[in-house]
Design a protein around this ligand. Structure first.
Ligand SMILES: [Zn+2]
Length: 92
């Protein structure tokens, strides 16, 4: 019972972070791997939404498990669709 409560409150926290992230970070741009427009968000926001560390995201993008692009000013953007697909596969 206690376990369920913990998970629930953690989810609430994540949702709050996500709401903030959406407002400023979600952009639509071309994803080379998707061969089309995709929702891309900053790596910090991806961490917050999916509860993974930045190091994990770098590793996943290096192994091409998820799509990532680096912008001209050195910012890493993560393809939301690829991260969604990846986490669905892993968390089931
Ligand atoms: Zn993509």
């Amino acid at each position: 019972m206690t376990k369920t409560k913990k998970i629930y409150s953690r989810t609430i926290t994540f949702e709050r972070i996500v709401a903030t992230a959406y407002a400023s970070d979600l952009t639509e741009r071309y994803c080379e791997e998707c061969h089309g427009k995709a929702e891309m968000f900053r790596i910090e926001s991806a961490c917050a939404e999916f509860g993974v560390s930045m190091r994990d995201l770098f590793r996943l993008s290096e192994t091409e498990s998820i799509h990532a692009v680096e912008t001209a000013n050195g910012q890493i953007l993560i393809c939301r669709e690829s991260l969604n697909a990846f986490t669905k596969g892993v968390m089931k």
